[in-house]
Design a protein around this ligand. Structure first.
Ligand code: FVH
Length: 292
């Protein structure tokens, strides 16, 4: 039986993201019960109509669907351990950032107590919640997901990625890995231009289209990685390996730490030494795979 679009929902955790999620549920018309370790954070939501719960177990008792958004999954486990048997028959949707292994363990914990578990990875900052560009990866209990999908749509797009509870965290971490890689490059570029008193903000006008243009090559790298055919006529390991010392030397000459970029020279050197000189940079993804 699908849940009503206005069925009660409880939210555990009212940090920046949990508060945004609770506000989105209220806006969508759900009765919302909220709990936070520091009770003062529930104030603005209570003013919008949320019911405050004194303890996590009280919040869980109030609704069939419980959204959890705390700092870490260790914290989540601590809070869940306080729930006693209130969790039986409930659906837990954990939107806390964590690892695939943690998600699988939490799913087993829930199954052992008669609860359905869905893990999620939020691809948005709090201000984007409910907006057109926000979406969330979900994985785990498919029936529970289908039952509550309409409610979860209050946060933004819903992307189901499979019944392995760890899968949503993997997608989340993989996309964030791309973001952090981009951030490292952008910050290093800013640090470099600042050594000559060039405005970082003005330089960003060059950086943004450049990175955008370079990113259009990602599907081609993806194809090379999927097929194992890395030979390139665009930009070889050999040419990048020969040029990269110029970057490390310039960072040092200009007084910028090369620490974020030295590992890139290391893996280029390894690719070259292992006979991949004629391949494109896509080859590096293969070399990054550790033997398991
Ligand atoms: N903010 C963002 O942009 C990102 C977007 C993508 C998803 N992340 C993840 O969401 C989780 C929560 O992030 P947040 O931004 O809400 O974080 P905070 O504002 O710092 O709130 C943290 C909440 O966790 C509670 N908490 C911390 N430790 C404990 C504990 N030992 N026991 C119970 N609750 C705890 C904290 O409570 P309090 O400090 O207010 O009492 C907040 O409710 C996170 O996984 C992001 O990676 C956000």
């Amino acid at each position: 039986m699908p849940a009503s679009t206005h069925s009660p929902v409880s939210v555990l955790g009212l940090g920046m993201m949990g508060s945004a999620l609770a506000a989105a549920l209220l806006k969508a018309g759900h009765p919302v019960t909220v709990w936070n370790r520091s009770p003062a954070k529930s104030g603005p939501l209570v003013a919008q109509g949320a019911h405050p719960a004194a303890a996590p177990a009280d919040a869980v008792t109030a609704s069939p669907l419980v959204i959890v958004c705390l700092l870490t999954n260790d914290t989540v486990q601590e809070v869940l351990d306080s729930l006693g048997d209130t969790v039986a028959g409930k659906t837990l949707v954990n939107l806390t950032n964590g690892t695939p292994a943690q998600a699988r363990r939490l799913s087993e914990w829930a199954a052992g107590r008669g609860a359905a578990y869905i893990d999620g990875g939020i691809m948005a900052v709090p201000q984007m919640i409910s907006g057109p560009d926000a979406y969330v990866f979900y994985s785990g209990d498919k029936d529970a997901y289908e039952a509550h999908r309409t409610t979860l749509a209050a946060f933004g797009g819903t992307k189901w990625v499979g019944t392995d509870p760890g899968r949503a965290a993997l997608y989340d971490l993989a996309l964030l890995t791309g973001m952090y890689g981009m951030a490292l490059g952008v910050l290093q570029a800013f640090a470099l231009v600042r050594t000559e008193n060039i405005s970082a903000e003005e330089f960003s006008e060059l950086l943004v289209p450049w990175i955008g243009a370079m990113l259009t090559g990602a599907p081609e790298w993806g194809r090379a990685i999927d097929t194992g055919r890395h030979l390139t006529d665009v930009s070889s390991i050999a040419v990048n390996q020969a040029a990269f010392p110029n970057f490390l030397t310039t960072f040092r000459d200009q007084g910028v730490s090369p620490e974020l970029f030295e590992p890139f020279q290391t893996i280029l050197d390894r690719a070259f030494a292992e006979g991949h000189a004629a391949d494109g940079l896509s080859r590096l993804a293969d070399l990054l795979a550790l033997k398991r």
